[in-house]
Design a protein around this ligand. Structure first.
Ligand code: JFZ
Length: 574
């Protein structure tokens, strides 16, 4: 390659089409059906920089540090980092034990990320942790052994398309050492294929190969890579980001928990702070409660959650991340029945106070926001309840249940039994039958997303943007409002009376919105807007009786062309 050559492609070019088919129902799916929760680890040469290069900090996902949007480091200079890489604090048993204590069922770790450095002993490339560093050990051998010792699964992340330091890799140097043009095929044959053979044959049984960011990789290469995994590891899953629909399951966008249930086999990947790889400044950690909330929501929507930690360059795990994982893990250890091998919520979306998982004729109502009134309101359940018990670890107490206007009402003590998430176990007389209609909670503010609206005279669309480097956000919004355009929802009301209505939207400048109850009140109000999605108050509206209502929102005046609606909120006036 040419001295000082830099990588050219940005984030969009490298990603390509990430979408896939749902699971084929083979035995390979067992991992997701039982597991539901895994540890992801991003660890490589970039970890030793931690987003600081020659005294200057670059903000964004750490594993992209050499990219032109961050420190823009020339390839040869970057490769020299290996000579100093010496993760002496790496302790495979400690990491495996942490994952186990966290309640995670397997670990997926970067064998090679876009930087091209093999974190294991590769024969296909000298640019690896055994041959190119003073460390000289193969940490992947150690971690594979440690995982098997503590009884959890082990698997690899492998960046098959992007390789920023090998000639011909996507985003990598365009010429080889002699300055001759290099093709993707060169990279594929000399490095990618042999390395995928290595990681699938030299580390014992692995649970999953997590290919990432297919970019422009041609289909026949992906077919061959998947074939290699099938032959060497017949029980291993292949991630959806292998590309060309050849993976076993769908990986949603990063850090994305869907609002509605998603069928088929899928996972959501997320990280304990805001970066996948270690970033020295990033101390914005998910709390134990955040972690449980995200995990339970994922399971409630029918998926699996994989949560990342980024070890430092010396191999140690940031203590705050470890603490959050252990704390949430202690909760999971008390309530494994709520998490493992459970099914999605029959309500198909979150409820104002929490979320639901289900298993063997039981519902687990997971309460994130404990209601102060002593009543928990559940809309739409049509099945007879045999028993309802408020759990406290291994002990449980029966709680009174009543019904009114099609709602089920649980009587709760004033004190919540658990600081993080309290659980009511509901045993049903017959399989759960639920009307997944939205209920406007009498006590806890209820947010209903535009995603679920019936839209006329406007557009409902998914929008994706990069909030900051490496942080992708997604929203389903309603925009393109025409005269008379409406986003409408059906919702059940239990307690009649006045409710405060707020809207979450983005836009520019002044906007006037209208809210209508079909056959009832109309209200409208003017507010400013923001380029970020923010919540703006609209006013009070009255639901005169209990029952089902149809509520609609329209954009009436102002910079209507910029108006982008995300959700509507209702909170009972107290
Ligand atoms: C990719 C990588 O580029 C990143 O470094 C990290 O490994 C992450 C887990 O995966 O980034 C992506 C790829 C696809 C999406 C988002 C981030 N996506 O489709 O939303």
């Amino acid at each position: 390659m040419v001295e000082g050559e830099k990588i050219e492609e940005g984030m969009d070019e490298l990603w390509g089409e990430a979408v896939v088919k749902p699971g084929d129902g083979s035995d390979r799916g067992q991992l997701f059906r039982d597991g539901n929760y895994a540890m992801f680890i991003h660890w490589g040469l970039y970890s030793s920089l931690g987003n600081k290069v020659e005294g200057k900090t670059y903000y964004g996902i750490g594993e992209w540090i050499m990219n032109r949007n961050l420190a823009d480091i020339p390839v040869d200079e970057y490769m020299e980092l290996a000579g100093e890489f010496n993760p002496v604090a790496f302790d495979a048993m400690e990491i495996a034990q942490l994952a186990r204590d966290a309640g995670m069922k397997y670990i997926i770790i970067t064998s090679k990320h876009h930087e091209g450095f093999a974190m294991y002993h590769s024969r296909a490339s000298q640019f690896n942790i055994v041959d190119a560093t003073p460390f000289k050990r193969d940490p992947m051998k150690e971690l594979a052994a440690a995982c098997s010792e503590v009884g959890i699964g082990f698997g690899f992340y492998y960046s098959h398309s992007a390789d920023w330091t090998f000639p011909g890799g996507n985003g990598g140097p365009k010429t080889d050492a002699e300055g001759k043009p290099a093709t993707f095929q060169d990279y594929y044959e000399k490095k990618c294929l042999p390395q995928v053979k290595e990681i699938t044959s030299e580390y014992g049984p692995i649970t999953l190969v997590w290919f990432d960011t297919p970019g422009s990789i041609p289909k026949e290469y992906v077919e061959e890579l998947v074939q290699v995994v099938r032959e060497n590891q017949p029980d291993a899953l292949v991630s959806g980001r292998a590309g060309h629909g050849l993976g076993d399951y769908l990986t949603l966008g990063d850090m994305e928990v869907p609002h509605g249930n998603v069928d088929g086999m899928w996972e959501s990947v997320d990280t304990t702070n805001d970066s996948w790889a270690y970033a020295w400044y990033d101390e914005y950690w998910k709390t134990p409660k955040d972690i449980l909330h995200l995990l339970i929501s994922c399971i409630g929507r029918g998926g699996t959650y994989m949560l990342n930690v980024g070890p430092r360059g010396d191999g140690s795990i940031p203590e705050r991340a470890a603490r959050s994982l252990r704390k949430s893990g202690e909760w999971i250890e008390r309530y494994p029945q709520v998490i493992y091998a459970t099914d999605a919520s029959p309500w198909q979306h979150a409820l104002p106070w929490g979320d639901v998982t289900a298993k063997d004729g039981k519902l687990f109502l997971c309460i994130f926001d404990w209601p102060e009134s002593g009543n928990l309101y559940l809309p739409g359940l049509k099945t007879e309840i045999k028993s309802a018990r408020l759990l406290k670890g291994d002990t449980a107490r029966d709680i009174p249940v009543g019904t009114r206007e099609g709602w089920t009402i649980f009587e709760l003590p004033a004190q919540k039994p658990e600081k993080l998430v309290s659980v009511i176990e509901v045993e049903l007389a017959t399989p759960a039958e639920v009307d997944p209609v939205w209920g406007i909670d009498p006590e806890i503010a209820t947010e209903i997303f535009a995603e679920f609206a019936e839209v006329t005279g406007a557009e409902k669309e998914e929008k994706k943007w990069m909030e900051k480097f490496g942080e992708w956000k997604k929203v389903v919004h309603v925009h393109g409002w025409q005269e008379g355009g409406k986003a409408a929802w059906e919702a059940d009301v239990l307690e009649p009376g006045d409710y405060i209505v707020e809207l979450t939207y983005a836009g520019e400048g002044r906007l006037v919105w209208g809210v209508d109850i079909e056959g009832g009140e109309h209200m409208e109000n003017q507010q400013n807007s923001s380029h970020n999605y923010q919540r703006f108050p609209m006013g009070w509206i009255n639901f005169p009786e209990p029952g089902r209502y149809r509520v609609s929102v329209s954009c009436l005046e102002g910079n209507i062309g910029t108006a982008s609606l995300k959700s509507i909120h209702f909170a009972a006036v107290v």
